[in-house]
Design a protein around this ligand. Structure first.
Ligand SMILES: [Zn+2]
Length: 340
């Protein structure tokens, strides 16, 4: 065997491709097996009391847990909703399972965020052979570009910065639009429109429910704007775990000073952490915010270094028992508690 011909790097990526193909093949097989053997519907965990007409319910699959309550608010008893990403799991680094392929194969409509947030989903829908329409809730909406927050040339002249290597592994524009209530309202409208298209008999229900939930979001938002006014303007500074809150910050007049993890799944370097510590001190940031789906150790280290408070924010999964509005209320309460 001619050793000189070996190219370890190329070989590695070839192996990765092989593994990827085997994985997809396994998914396809799982879907076919499921389709062939399915004589009785799989057991459902959710609300047996409201499923006498289970066969007639619109089967909805969403990508993230936070979208479940938006669809349920619009669909009521006419829909049965499940999320591909389980509660409390980071959607950026999620690895889909054969169970997800089966859920997609059985779906009547699929709601995803888009903008590259569900990068793992593309192959899965094809592999599942799902004929359901896939609705991208953020499609065509005005986005904020993804940018590095700490270590910008203005604040650290002459130093090397992480700017060049910043990749959030999202697509064009930051994808977390739903954390701005105005965009959440747009999501609700799109959900109502799409449910109407797959279930025209429920049109008036969907429209009525959507208008009611939009009014609830607006009432929440008016309250939230009043709450933010309690924070002195100089303290309206946000440092979050990952880059999920630029729309939230802009909507409520907060300055997004920095993020702890520039790219989900990649730990910051000691140098990046040191820059963030400097920034928190220079800017007098009163608190930093973790997210429950991520390891809190980094934030705790930062808090020890800087003496600031640590509180939680929610982006992809509402706290147990809360819907979208409840999650947003919790976010606003924590921001006010941390910064005022
Ligand atoms: Zn994210």
């Amino acid at each position: 065997m001619p050793k000189g011909v070996q190219r370890p790097m190329a070989r590695e990526s070839w192996m990765a491709e092989r593994l990827r193909c085997s994985y997809l093949l396994a998914l396809v097989v799982a879907v076919l097996l499921a389709a062939c053997s399915r004589t009785a519907p799989p057991p459902r965990e959710a609300s047996p009391a409201t499923t006498p007409a289970a066969g007639n319910q619109v089967r909805v699959v969403v990508s993230l847990p936070v979208f479940i309550s938006l669809v349920e608010a619009v669909g009521g008893d006419r829909v049965r909703v499940s999320s591909l990403v389980p509660a409390g799991t980071d959607p950026h680094t999620y690895q889909p399972t054969p169970r997800d392929a089966q859920a997609l194969a059985e779906a009547d409509v699929v709601f995803v965020n888009g903008l590259g947030l569900e990068g793992w989903l593309g192959d899965l829908i094809t592999a599942a052979g799902s004929g359901a329409p896939v609705v991208e809730l953020a499609e065509g909406l005005q986005t904020i570009p993804e940018e590095p927050h700490q270590g910008t040339p203005e604040t650290t002249p002459g130093q090397s910065t992480p700017q060049g290597e910043h990749t959030h592994e999202h697509g064009a524009g930051n994808p977390h639009l739903w954390l701005d209530p105005d965009y959440a309202i747009e999501y609700v409208r799109r959900i109502a429109q799409s449910l109407e298209e797959v279930d025209s008999g429920g049109a008036s229900t969907y429209q009525t429910n959507a208008e009611r939930y939009i009014a609830e979001i607006q009432a929440f938002d008016a309250w939230a704007k009043g709450q933010v006014q309690r924070i002195p303007p100089a303290r309206r500074k946000l440092v979050t775990f990952h880059d999920a809150f630029p729309y939230f910050a802009e909507h409520y007049g907060l300055e997004l000073v920095g993020v702890i993890v520039l790219s989900p799944g990649r730990e910051p370097s000691p140098q990046e952490l040191a820059q963030l510590v400097d920034l928190i001190r220079q800017q007098g940031v009163p608190a930093i915010f973790t997210e429950p789906q991520f390891n809190p150790k980094l934030a705790e280290t930062l808090a020890r270094e800087t003496g600031v408070k640590v509180l939680e924010l929610y982006s992809d999964t509402p706290p147990t028992g809360e819907d979208y509005i409840g999650m947003m209320r919790r976010n606003v309460e924590h921001v006010v508690e941390g910064l005022e």
